[in-house]
Design a protein. Sequence first.
Length: 594
Amino acid sequence: MKKITLLFTFMISMISLGQTPIITMISDGDCFGGTPKVVEIYAQGTVDFSNYSLQKSTNGGDFGSNFNLSDLGTATDEFVYIYRDGETEGGSSIFAAEYPSASNTFATTSDAVNFNGDDAIRLVLDSDSSVIDQYGNEEDGTGTPWEYKDGYAKRNNGTTPNGTFVVTDWTFNNGALNEEGNCQSGTNFEDIINLGTYEATNQGGDAALLITAPADNMTYSPNTSEVTVEFAISNFTISSSATEANGDGYVQYSTDNGATYINKFDAEDIVLADLDAGDYTVMIQLVDNNGDALDPAIEDMVSFSIAMATQVTSITELRADVETNGVGSYYEITGNSLVTWTDGYNNRRWIQDETVSGILIFDQDEVIAGDAYTAGDMVSGLVGYTVDYNGVLQFVPSEDAGTVESSENTVAPQVITVAEFATNYEDYESEYIAFENVTINDSDEEDADGTFQTGTNYPVVSGTDETEMRTDFYGADYIGEMIPSAPTTITAVAGEFNGNHQVFATNVDATLAADNFTASTFTLYPNPTSNGAVAIQTETSGAVNVEIYNLLGKRALTAKNVNGNLNVSTLNAGVYLVKVTQNGVSSTKKLIVK
């Protein structure tokens, strides 16, 4: 009786295994709007698709966007295709043009099929929400082996559906559809992918090996000394040693481009330690018990690098290097920088050096402790890399480095005119500035009610000159207050948005100490100058001390007790920072020498 029961149970399990849907291909098209998106599913045995749904994980989020597949009906031992279409200029179907021989197809606008090349999908059984098959993981697939942006991935023959993603069950073709397709006068996607090639059996299955981490060509931050290389193998049993041939063979890896291989008798991660800055390539292969490479070779390789931070003494020097070499490099700012403003959104901090060059620290990943560095702190030793976002240079910290040299320092803005900012706004980017006696006009947005709203742009006018103030700091004291009708003072951090100058106001009608204006309202003329001289005029009488720095932060000229004209004939053509000190108060302006 027991034998009959066991046999019956086994037969039922075999029937269940033979009647299941399997994800066999996923593709992200490169036609208009990134279309068509296509999922190929094989109905192994007779499958009633009304029992199943497709779900999607976007950028590593939870699986959702549940889409029941009942419209596919019932299929037996055949391939079906679910797709999200686009239209050609003539209004015809892109899918029909790119996959002309596909049958058993169903078009949908469901978000479950609106995936990009870094999103995962899965098939679930509706009755108990169990996962039948899955492609990708709940992570942003960008840079992973399974990314399929403008490309496709196909299930290997002989592999079976799995409730978790098995990376070695798939062959990946990331980017293979880029600039292809009938839509771009290239090869039809169908001819590149070859539809319906999956076979449930594969004579025991071929051995497979795939490096899953790090992502190829990944760059690690400076001071990284250890990197873990993760890999997966399938259909291959590893022998326990070189002398015990109790498996199919073993693993070998090389860190010197194949010159020397190290034997490995397990599938554990490879940990590379004591690494220095530089470029690295790791090669892994499967070998037989004699140490000979398999035929055909089963191997994979990955390249990565550890960056070296360029040391700069100041933000000014950093900006000069970016101007020459572009964004993306790592830097260590060894000199002091003053924190002028902080904001909890993406842990933003604005800092500037003694020559008043500023930069925005953008710390979305909270690399730096959230309560570190407040306005008035003087910090040194910051480490990170540069990016450009909508025209603004950002400094993204790569490690929680930096030392607070002093705190509660005075944070005084540069007082400039709207005309100066509108004309030379890139020279003031991310610096702490102020406008005096300006008028703020109400927003043109429909919900404007005469009070300051968050995330809104307001025209700032001084005579015939105008710029834009954006209420980007939602916790600012003036939010919800009436927009002043009288001329007022604005303190702000300077910025831009895609080539349009704007400021992020920190305060409106700010009360600034009178002595901050004594020297800060000085003027330089002519500016630009080409005659070897420049006049310095302040609101109060008396001599001033002058220091002039080049954009590398090096002092180019010093003059004391200047009263009127200053000889600058020794300066080469270029942009300089003029620091004027009067009565113990300093302020800085840009000077252009032609």
